[in-house]
Structures are given as structure tokens and as C-alpha cells.
Design a protein around this ligand. Structure first.
Ligand SMILES: *Cc1c(COP(=O)(O)O)cnc(C)c1O
Length: 229
């Protein structure tokens, strides 16, 4: 087996164990492989290994990779997990099957306006679990207002749930407990918005225990990221 196949199998075994330990069902958890900064050949190889959900955090890289393999890799779902600029909303919408990082009204409006009558776009509301307002994500106290806005004014967006990155220096389990509260807030507005996108290489076990439905795992599977060129 290739190193990539080895690492994927190892991570999947650890996910399965954490799902079992949490008393959850395996089909409640989707593993997204974050391929940012890696060449598109990694995406092709992952697809050969059965991966169908991949994540990217930059619009240009997402668009370029998707265009490269669109014709050859059927069934691949592209998750946009990075901070999006409003003026890139059209390109993000064209390339992503799900956008995990909707964190303000203007971005939601721009994504909606990019294709108001088209197929619905899955979106998650990104919540900032840190005290640093410079990090991506809506403040927990602003979350309900954002959810109501998307529900009322962005009919081409399908609100699927919440997303967060745990603070670098903090307690991941405590952060993910706050994310579960945020999920409940959004579900009061949109009862079927049940996705919880949380858990990276360093904290996916804690995320699974806290109810994550979508894990975003990069380096544990892909190996260390090359420097961005
Ligand atoms: C890069 C990235 C990940 C994956 O990080 P790893 O630590 O490599 O697993 C997950 N989520 C977001 C938002 C990212 O930018």
C-alpha cells in the first residue's frame, strides 16, 4: 500500500473506534480529507482509495483543482472550508458543493445573489469559539441573527448546520461543547440543520465525542503540507 493509503486506513480506524466509544452510528460521521496545498494528483489518488469528500480553503485552488478533475473523478464532493471574500462568492459557489464558512450576512447574501435561482447550495455557519475577533466565524451571540437572516433572505442556500475550529491553545472538548450549544441555536431556526463540522488532525476524537458529523482531516492523511508556493 502507498503511504497515503496507510495513513487513510489508520485514520479511518481511529475514527471508527472513536465513533464506537461514543455510542454513535458510523453513518453519522463523514470524513472530509483536506487537500489544501497538495497537488491535484493527491485528490486523484484519494478518489481511487474511495474518498468522495475533499476540502479546500482557498477559492482559486478549489476552482483549479475541481476544473482539472471534474470530468475524470465522478461523485467527488468539494467542501469549501476557508474564509471567503464577498467578491469571490460567485467563484466559490460555482466550485463548492458545500460552504462551511458562512460567518456574516454580507457573505450569505453574496453567495445567494451568485445564483439565486439555481440548485441550492449547502452552507454551514462558522462559529468563532475564541476571543480573537480576527479569527473566522460569527460570534456565538450573533449566530441566531445570522441563521434567521439566511433562513429568511437566502432561499438558494440550504442551511445544514455549524462549523468551527477549536482554539489553538485551548481545551478542544470544552470548545466543542460550546459548538454543540451553537448547533442547538441554529436548529431552533432550521430544525434540519443538523451538521456539525468539527475535528481536525489534532482533535477529531474529541469532536466525535461532542457530536461532530463532518470531520475535516488534513495532515494526518495527506502527510505534512508542502509550503504554499
Ligand atoms: C487545514 C484545515 C483543516 C485540516 O487541518 P489538519 O490539522 O491538517 O487536519 C481543517 N479545517 C480547516 C478550516 C482548515 O483550514
Amino acid at each position: 500500500m502507498s503511504e497515503l493509503a496507510d495513513r487513510l486506513a489508520d485514520v479511518d480506524a481511529r475514527i471508527a473506534e472513536a465513533v464506537r466509544a461514543s455510542g454513535r452510528a458510523p453513518d453519522e460521521v463523514t470524513r472530509i480529507v483536506v487537500t489544501k496545498f497538495h497537488p491535484v494528483t493527491v485528490v486523484t489518488e484519494l478518489h481511487r482509495l474511495g474518498v468522495r469528500d475533499v476540502g479546500e480553503n482557498r477559492q482559486q485552488e478549489l476552482s483549479a483543482k475541481r476544473d482539472t478533475v471534474a470530468a475524470t473523478l465522478p461523485g467527488l464532493r468539494w467542501h469549501f472550508i476557508g474564509q471567503a471574500q464577498t467578491n469571490k462568492a460567485r467563484a466559490v459557489r460555482a466550485a463548492a458543493d458545500a460552504v462551511h464558512s458562512v460567518d456574516r450576512v454580507r457573505l450569505a447574501d453574496a453567495l445567494h445573489a451568485a445564483d439565486p435561482g439555481g440548485a441550492t447550495l449547502d452552507v454551514l455557519l462558522q462559529v468563532n469559539l475564541t476571543d480573537d475577533t480576527g479569527r473566522g466565524g460569527v460570534a456565538p451571540l450573533e449566530l441566531e441573527r445570522l441563521a434567521v437572516h439566511v433562513a429568511q433572505h437566502c432561499p438558494s442556500l440550504r442551511m445544514r448546520g455549524v462549523m468551527a475550529v477549536a482554539p489553538l491553545d485551548g481545551d478542544a472538548a470544552a470548545a466543542f461543547a460550546r459548538l454543540a450549544d451553537a448547533s442547538a441555536t441554529v436548529r431552533r431556526v432550521a430544525p434540519d440543520a443538523t451538521w456539525i463540522s468539527a475535528g481536525m488532525t489534532g482533535d477529531f476524537v474529541e469532536a466525535i465525542a461532542a457530536g461532530a458529523t463532518h470531520l475535516r482531516i488534513g495532515s494526518a492523511i495527506t502527510g505534512p503540507r508542502p509550503d504554499r508556493g
